[in-house]
Design a protein around this ligand. Structure first.
Ligand SMILES: [Zn+2]
Length: 465
């Protein structure tokens, strides 16, 4: 059913395919990860136990002082920078067939949701095709792992998105999305329990050693009752399943949760989902973060967006409240701009969240809101933050490598350039001619990355976790 997706072409082959020297020196204009940077830098890789391992990393001048084997191969990339492969903590690969679409934020979020509903595909083969296209575009953008939302069209819970990801060269978690509020709250709990009873064991076996994890995604606070969230949390704790949800995405969500009014209520009424039992949970002058807090404090949940996180208004300090939980945030910079949140809610408070100790990651959301039809990658979200907000390099690389590795249960060490580490991969990016600052040059360009090394299995944690 799923077609084979080839791993990306790389400059350095895996050791079992590589018949040249067992030590490689890479020289580049800049070598940087979430914590270190060397310019111009050198990275020495050597084969150890059939994997490439980082033997040394430093400035080129410092590496020149080392005693290196005479038969080492040198890869000279004076016009490139080297970074770890990227993680996209929040995307919807099964919407890739829709492609980028225009959107007028002044019309609100609901017409956009209607457009997505109208374009959702139902057949397994077509869904596999869309996810496959998304994986190809992710790899084209230097993405090695995703937090992917697997939609359940017509409330039918489907295996096909996770199977497609598991049979691809990529890593990540496929979060099975569901809706359950009002008239649909009890039916979804039954459907979920039946699905897990019938599928989970076989799915876990099939996923073994693929680097892909099964997760659940109760959709959002305006489509999931708190009772359903609590049930999802119980199931997640019982089966050790990671959870993701959309949280505090829009002002419309804030109105729905705090007052019980607005277009999101209208949406539920239009589809016959609204019943007055919902009013027992909402309309209590609570912010969506406060509303979800009893669930968030039970277990780590990856929360997408969290665009609306006030610190000093009528609701109190929502970032402080979030920081009392193990929540990870997937901020989607280009989605935030596309949906007009920059104008209505102001800049995203990701820096304040990081300062409060929250694990903030970057996501792209679906290709529908991206300006890069050929690739799906947080590289271009880093570029937006670097050019608009002057966000520092190490902050950007943390939010696209080590932080999302934590959130998606991957090994952050595979994204840290330190001697003794086995890298999950290496990307190179072209620096503009005669540019004095290689990082700034790459952040202000629109070029795609190249894969130097692709070793995703190095990021897969082994043993009990
Ligand atoms: Zn989303």
């Amino acid at each position: 059913m799923t077609q084979t997706i080839a791993p990306p072409t790389t400059a350095i082959q895996p050791p079992n395919l590589h018949d040249g020297p067992r030590v490689i020196r890479i020289n580049a204009a800049l070598i940087a990860d979430a914590h270190h940077s060397f310019a111009p830098g050198s990275l020495i890789l050597q084969v150890d136990d059939d994997q490439w391992i980082i033997h040394a990393i430093n400035t080129q001048a410092a590496i020149d002082q080392l005693d290196l084997p005479s038969d080492l191969r040198t890869l000279d990339l004076p016009d490139q920078i080297i970074i770890p492969p990227l993680i996209n903590a929040h995307t919807h690969l099964d919407l890739t067939h829709i492609g980028p679409q225009p959107h007028n934020p002044s019309e609100g979020f609901v017409p956009w949701l209607d457009m997505i509903r109208a374009n959702r595909i139902l057949e397994d083969d077509a869904i596999a095709g869309s996810v496959t296209l998304g994986i190809e575009k992710s790899l084209a953008g230097g993405t090695i792992a995703v937090g992917d939302i697997a939609g359940a069209p017509n409330a039918i819970l489907k295996d096909i998105p996770i199977r497609t990801l598991a049979h691809s060269p990529m890593l990540g978690t496929s979060f099975l999305e569901f809706f359950g509020i009002g008239t649909t709250a009890t039916t979804i709990i039954d459907a979920l329990q039946t699905y897990l009873a019938n599928h989970l064991d076989q799915l876990q076996q099939e996923l073994h050693n693929t680097g892909v994890t099964f997760g659940l995604s109760p959709h959002a606070t305006n489509t999931i009752s708190i009772a359903v969230y609590h049930r999802a949390a119980q199931l997640a704790l019982k089966h050790n399943i990671p959870l993701c949800t959309h949280l505090a995405e829009t002002l419309e969500e804030r109105e729905f949760i705090s007052k019980g009014t607005g277009p999101q209520r209208g949406f539920l009424e239009r589809f016959g989902i609204w019943d007055d039992s919902i009013l027992s949970e909402i309309g209590k002058h609570e912010h969506p973060i406060e509303h979800l807090h009893p669930v968030l404090k039970q277990l780590p949940i990856l929360c997408a967006h969290v665009n609306d996180a006030p610190t000093d208004d009528e609701f109190g300090n929502m970032i402080e409240l979030l920081a009392t939980t193990q929540t990870s945030v997937a901020y989607c910079p280009r989605a935030h701009t596309y949906f007009g949140h920059y104008d209505t809610l102001g800049p995203h408070p990701f820096q304040a969240m990081l300062d409060a100790g929250i694990n903030v990651t970057l996501g792209t959301d679906s290709i529908v809101n991206l300006n890069t039809p050929d690739r799906i990658t947080t590289l271009d979200d880093m570029r937006l933050l670097a050019s608009r907000d002057q966000t520092p390099m190490h902050t950007l690389l943390s939010m696209t490598t080590t932080n999302p590795a934590h959130a998606l249960r991957l090994d952050p060490n595979a994204f840290r350039f330190e001697s003794g580490h086995r890298p999950a991969g290496l990307l190179s990016l072209a620096v503009g001619a005669n540019h004095p600052d290689p990082w700034s040059s790459v952040m202000h360009s629109g070029s795609s990355p190249n894969w130097i090394l692709f070793a995703p299995k190095n990021a897969v944690k082994t043993g009990a976790d």
